[in-house]
Structure formats: C-alpha cells, structure tokens
Design a binder for this molecule. Structure first.
Ligand code: PHE
Length: 352
C-alpha cells in the first residue's frame, strides 16, 4: 500500500523539519547535545520512525531505507555544522575551553633505509669523509667506460642495466660518483656517496631499485691495510664492537686487487645457530657478505687524469638494504618498499 510508504516518508520529513527549526533556536553546545540525543539517540525521533521500517511491505523497504539514510545524513550534517558555528562564536568571545584535551597529532618517522643511510654517513663523516651525490640517470661514460668496464663486459648485458637510450641509462651502482668527484677534485680526497641504483632484477631478494653507499679515498701511499682499518671501524660502529671482518678475493673492473667483505653474522654472533636451530641469515656459515671493495684500478685514475704513479686509493660499495636487514633483523627485502604503516610505525624513535 503506497499509503504506508507515504506515511513513513512524511514522518521522516517532519523530523527533519522540526530539527531545522529547533537547531536554529539554540545557543549552547549542551543544548546541541540534547538535540543530538533527541533526534539521533537510541530512543530518539529517528529511531522511533525506523521501528516502522520492518513492518512496511517488502517492495517499499529499499526506497524507505534509502530516504531514511539520506535524512539521517542531513540531520548529522546540520548538527555538525551547528557545532562548528558554536565553537566559532565561543572562540570569538574568548570562551575557549582550554581544559579540553588537545587533538593528538600523528607523528611521522624516518624510513629505516633513511635511518641506515644517515647512520652510515655519520660514521664516515666522523672519519673526515665528505658526502657527495649525483644523478640517477647516468651516461655510459660515468657508469661504465671510465670505470674500466669495457663494452663487452657482462655487467653491461641488457639483463642487468635499464637503458634509456644507447648512451643513457639508470645507474647500476654508485661508482659513477667516484669518477664525477675525482674529475672535480685533486687528491687527497675522501668521500661517500649514498643513493638509489637500478637493475633489471626483481625477486624475493632483489628489488629493481635499491640503495648503495659508495666510499673512496685517494692520497699518497694508500693501501689495503687502510681499507681494512676503515671498514673495520665502520662495521664495528654500525653493528657491535666485537663484529669481525673477513676479506675474500674477488673481481671488479675498477679495483685491483678486489675483495668482497663478510662480517661475522650479527644474528647468530657467528656461531651458525640461533637457540639451537641453524641460523637462516648466514645459512650456518657464521658470515654474511656486506660489500665489495678494493684498491682503485690505475685505469680509473687515467680516466680522471690522476697520476697512478703518484696516487693510490681505495673504494667500496655497500648495499644499504642489506645493512638495514641485518641491523633490524628483517628477513624480507620487500617490506622496505611496501610502505605498510604498521611496519614503518616501529621506527618512531626516529621522528622526522
Ligand atoms: N660497484 C660495485 C657493485 O655495485 C661495488 C664496488 C664499489 C666494488 C667500489 C668495489 C669498489 O657491485
């Protein structure tokens, strides 16, 4: 019966009308509270009318429900508006209730990768290294050629490098900063270069974008002992003072000799076991790799017009995500890039 529906809708309409009338007359927020209860309360006007909804013929229910919702929204909005109006008037008259609790602010925090970069940079700054940065879009010259990576080197393979054009690419490492900095400076020079790098690689343990920190030092008579001492200092300041360092022979076109550096596993303290179970981080070896390094190849010095007879230097490149995972005991690389607020909220000790 259409009359039932009309009746229902009329009642809703009249609730709205009497609210509009009453709300115009009030001047205080306690009066507004009463109105809120009278109209929207559990036993209020709207609730009373809504009790009739189940008794309406089925075909009218959707329409009746829709209108009821609309009216409820209108009423809520009118009350909210009035609330603001009253607050404003109160403020104008200097009647702000200063005993009300303040609104809590959401405090952001630094991303764990940013924290790790800052900590690493500050260790090297304390050793006198300067911080340099450079472009993420690089030329073939800085990323490869000047670093003694010949045209047919496997690192240039399309598999690894993201090319923009034949000569322009996304840098695959931070080593171009060695070249850029050396071209601008005469030795002695000691610098570190943090930044994003890109590779065509994406799986559980590789992200197409990740962070590296390059470090290098050029002076007279720089040797592997200087490199080892510097890296040991760094590792023991970032992890703990009993962290051990191990060099393994390796190869990079831009360093000679080259090494990969392992540190004693910070998760199992080098024992290979955590609470009796095999350590998953170091796979029971007691060691984890953290960076590549070596003495700067004379070919690189030639590219930047440094005299290799006069100068020598060391360089290293480390993966920031790797250091952060070890520092915070994180076992999944992807979590750094998902920006899940529940993860990021755990770093509020480092407010922005
Ligand atoms: N650029 C190298 C890489 O990305 C790391 C490295 C830097 C090695 C400096 C030696 C010296 O793997």
């Amino acid at each position: 019966m259409a009359r039932d529906l009309k009746n229902f809708l009329d009642k809703l309409e009249s609730i709205k009308n009497s609210l509009s009338e009453e709300i115009n007359k009030i001047t205080t927020s306690s009066e507004l509270d009463q109105i809120r209860i009278k109209f929207l309360g559990r036993k209020g006007e709207l609730a009373k009318v809504m009790k009739g909804l189940p008794h309406l013929p089925k075909e009218y229910k959707p329409e009746a429900g829709k209108v009821a919702n609309k009216i409820k929204n209108v009423i809520t909005n009118l009350i909210e508006q009035k609330q603001l109006e009253l607050e404003e008037q109160g403020a104008k008259r200097g009647q702000i209730d200063i005993t009300l609790p303040g609104r809590e602010q959401f405090i952001g925090s630094l991303h764990p990768i940013t924290i790790t970069i800052q900590e690493i940079c500050s260790v090297f700054k304390s050793l006198g290294f300067e911080i340099v940065t450079g472009p993420e879009i690089e030329t073939d010259f800085y990323n490869f050629e000047a670093l003694n990576i010949p045209k047919d080197h496997p690192a240039r393979d399309m598999q690894d490098t993201l090319y923009i054009s034949e000569n322009i690419l996304l840098r695959t490492h931070t080593s171009p900063l060695q070249v850029r900095t050396m071209l601008k400076t005469t030795p002695p020079v000691a610098a570190i270069a943090p930044g994003k790098v890109y590779r065509r690689d994406s799986d559980l343990t590789h992200s197409p974008m990740f962070h590296q920190i390059e470090g290098f030092l050029v002076d007279k008579d720089v040797n592997m002992g200087d490199l080892r001492g510097t890296l040991t200092y760094f590792v023991q300041h970032i992890f703990s003072s009993d962290t051990k360092v191990r060099f393994r022979p390796s190869f990079f076109p831009f360093t000679e000799p080259s090494a990969e550096v392992d540190i004693s596993c910070v998760i199992c303290n080098g024992s290979g076991f955590v609470n009796g179970s095999p350590c998953r981080v170091c796979k029971q070896t007691g060691w984890v790799e953290i960076l590549g390094c070596g003495l700067i190849d004379p070919e690189v010095f030639k590219a930047v017009s440094y005299d290799p007879e006069k100068y020598s230097g060391f360089a290293f490149g480390l993966g920031v995500e790797r250091v952060a995972m070890l520092k915070y005991g994180i076992n999944d690389l992807r979590i750094f890039f998902e920006n899940d607020i529940r993860f990021l909220n755990q770093f509020t000790d480092f407010p922005v």
